[in-house]
Design a protein around this ligand. Structure first.
Ligand code: FAQ
Length: 304
């Protein structure tokens, strides 16, 4: 079926279908950035695996961080269906030519940050990714179905960490509040620039890659999160946050988008560390890739 007809009938574009070059390029850009985010996103929480407060917390956190690795690999595989090479995508990440989500450039200073990441960062990821389950590109849409199921478990484990801290000692409550205070605004920035400053949105929505705009999803996240903060007994650090009966949504304060642009440009608190750590891990893993390739070649020769 022709590309335009597929989109008009809300069908799914599959790897062997004809598609415009620009559609392919946009998908590679978004899926690769998404994959890179999952992999770089292992670092902030990975920082707390050795210091988790109990064996149970440690086992849960290890499983969660491993899930993120799985999401990354799944997404690289989805990108490869578009004819790109994974090694090339990694090279673009390592040399700063491809992006990853701004949120992973903030430090995890306390154990409560692990809770805040699960609750707010995975919460924002779910709001952003549920509509991607209906993305027009089949392999990406199908990957998102499984990823979203795991993200909802992640979100609940973050909520539970914060709930425990918020109902603990005054010092634990203060630690939970501090984490939420630091992660709230960066979490809102995950949805990207405002609609009138989002160069890719209009075309991506016309192609059915994005189903909602950045601001629509950001609003949905705020509306979802406010009652959850009340249930936690924590406040969100925004004096302008209030229910607007007329709009049927929460109003919220102005976001400092210069901070987002600076972090995306590489000037966030942890950008340099994150990439240096990633490049080091990649270099340390060279022998694993070589061994796997040698083993595959040997099996292939044996089969022949
Ligand atoms: N950070 O025109 P738009 C996770 C870039 S969740 C960095 O609006 P678009 C789970 C954007 O790429 C995080 N860059 O762009 C997890 C574009 O640059 P380009 C990952 C940003 O694509 C949880 C430029 O600004 N999720 O990993 C950001 O239409 C816990 C202009 O922006 C996804 O990637 C930002 N926040 O909309 C893992 C979801 N915002 O490429 C571990 C899929 C914008 O032209 C632990 N992606 N930019 O040079 C999307 O939905 C979209 O790509 C948006 C941006 C909404 C992020």
């Amino acid at each position: 079926m022709r590309f335009e007809d597929l989109l008009a009938g809300d069908g799914r574009v599959e790897p062997r279908d004809e598609m415009p070059d620009a559609y392919r390029r946009t998908l590679v850009r978004q899926i690769a950035q998404h994959a890179h985010s999952e992999i770089i996103g292992m670092q902030p929480e990975g920082n707390w695996i050795s210091r988790a407060p109990s064996l149970r917390r440690k086992a849960i956190l290890m499983a969660k961080v491993q899930d993120e690795a799985g999401h990354g690999l799944y997404l690289y595989a989805a990108a490869e269906t578009l004819g790109v090479d994974r090694a090339d995508l990694l090279d673009q990440l390592h040399t700063g030519r491809q992006k990853y989500s701004s949120i992973f450039n903030y430090p995890t200073l306390t154990w409560a940050d692990v809770g805040a990441i699960g609750w707010l960062v995975d919460g924002a990821a779910i709001v952003n990714q549920v509509p991607l389950c209906r993305c027009s590109y089949g392999p990406y849409a199908r990957a998102m179905v499984r990823v979203c199921k795991e993200e909802s478990f992640h979100q609940r484990q973050g909520f539970e960490i914060l709930h425990t801290l918020a109902h603990g000692s005054p010092a634990q409550h203060a630690m939970a509040q501090d984490a939420v205070d630091r992660y709230w605004w960066p979490a809102l920035m995950m949805f990207g620039p405002p609609d009138d400053d989002s160069p890719n949105s209009a075309q991506s929505m016309a192609w059915g890659i994005k189903r909602f705009s950045n601001d629509e999803l950001r609003q949905r996240f705020v509306d979802m999160t406010v009652p959850q903060a009340e249930a936690l007994g924590l406040t969100l650090p925004d004096p302008d946050l209030r229910w607007n009966d007329e709009r049927g949504h929460h109003d919220f304060g102005e976001i400092d988008f210069t901070e987002l642009y600076e972090v995306v440009r590489g000037n966030g608190p942890c950008n340099a560390d994150r990439i240096a750590h990633k490049v080091r891990a990649h270099e340390d893993g060279a022998w694993v890739r070589e061994a796997a390739a040698a083993y595959a070649a040997k099996r292939e020769a044996g089969a022949a």
